[in-house]
Design a protein around this ligand. Structure first.
Ligand SMILES: [Zn+2]
Length: 353
């Protein structure tokens, strides 16, 4: 970690602690413009999702503490309703919890928690797992990594994969001791040719005795689950059909992925499906064509995974979100929610990423 980055972390931590513990948060909240803060997670820690990366999980009790705290000062809402509400005059700022992909534990573990708090949320559904009980490559990857361990996974993958560039990168990672879940996934996501990556991962998964249907049933909710969530006041949103990096697809491909996920939601859950989340969500994962595809499909707003808060006048197809996982810290989120970091951004100091 570079010195500059370390310094930024220390500054962020100190600043957040001061605002949180001195009550300055309340003061900043009053002087800063009304805002919509969107939290973004994937699942709450449960037995079924133990093989997923740590940054995709948050302890239920931790999430409950965060929402309870933020809910005392701000209005808890959903993404689409929060965005609509931001356009009118209201007193309190808004906080929306969003969860991506459509994990089964969102119904079994998250819903009871939300009901205890009386809090709504937005759940973004990738439609293929619900429609076809089919998984995207990343879940087969996490399953293999959990089963084989990094070293053996690399060995087996390199023997199967026919792309030399990918294999060379994998050998490099192993040689330099950086064969972690994060780096191995990053190579598969951005460096490997998509078709060969998916073929090789699927071949390994089958060779190891993987059962895609069973894994999908363990991880992902069904349409019945989605309808039960909707009936409990949870907002459902689109997250494409196959969780591809949209920016890598041509215009036609992007529109099919985006509109396809909305059509499935409307058909299966009779839902308004007003908001959309770009898969992976970083600036290089989506582009102007993705924004247009979201608008054309009928979504009124779309969320990224870049940190920050949203105000009236923000681009509705580039809404910012704060990622939450095991490492989430309440004082940092509370400082973001009260507009504390936004205040610094106005002075050109961005401590959030
Ligand atoms: Zn996702």
């Amino acid at each position: 970690m570079g010195l500059k980055h370390k310094l930024k972390l220390v500054l962020r931590e100190t600043y957040a602690r001061v605002l949180y513990h001195t009550g300055l948060c309340a003061l900043v909240d009053r002087v800063m413009p009304r805002r919509l803060v969107i939290l973004a997670g994937h699942c709450v820690t449960a037995h079924s999702n133990a093989a997923l990366a740590k940054d995709m999980r948050i302890e239920a009790s931790k999430l409950e503490r965060i929402l309870a705290h933020l809910g005392r000062r701000h209005e808890l809402t959903t993404v689409a309703e929060g965005w609509a509400s931001l356009q009118s005059d209201g007193r309190h700022s808004l906080v929306a919890l969003s969860m991506d992909d459509g994990y089964k534990d969102n119904r079994t573990h998250l819903l009871p928690l939300l009901q205890r708090l009386g809090a709504p949320a937005t759940i973004y559904l990738e439609s293929a797992p619900l429609e076809e009980r089919a998984l995207n490559w990343s879940h087969l990857f996490f399953w293999l990594l959990d089963r084989l361990g990094a070293e053996r996974f690399v060995e087996r993958f390199v023997a199967e994969c026919r792309d030399e560039h990918t294999n060379a990168l994998y050998r490099e990672l192993t040689a330099s001791g950086r064969a972690t879940s994060y780096h191995l996934k990053r190579v598969l996501k951005y460096e490997a040719p998509a078709a060969e990556r998916t073929r090789a991962i699927r071949a390994l998964f089958l060779a190891e005795g993987g059962d895609e249907r069973a894994l999908c049933d363990a991880l992902y909710m069904t349409w019945d689950d989605a309808r039960a969530l909707r009936d409990a006041g949870i907002e459902l949103g689109g997250h494409t059909v196959h969780h591809e990096i949209l920016a890598r697809l041509d215009e036609h491909g992007q529109r099919a992925e985006v509109a396809g996920s909305r059509a499935a939601l409307v058909r299966q859950a009779g839902d308004r499906a007003a908001s959309f989340a770009y898969p992976f969500g970083r600036r290089w994962d989506w582009d102007a064509r993705s924004k247009e595809a979201a608008r054309l499909a009928g979504f009124t707003c779309a969320t990224t995974t870049h940190a920050g808060v949203n105000v009236r006048g923000s681009d509705p197809y580039e809404l910012k979100r704060l990622m939450i996982d095991e490492d989430a810290r309440l004082h940092v989120l509370a400082t973001e929610a009260c507009g504390g970091f936004e205040l610094l951004r106005r002075f050109g100091l961005d401590l959030s990423e």
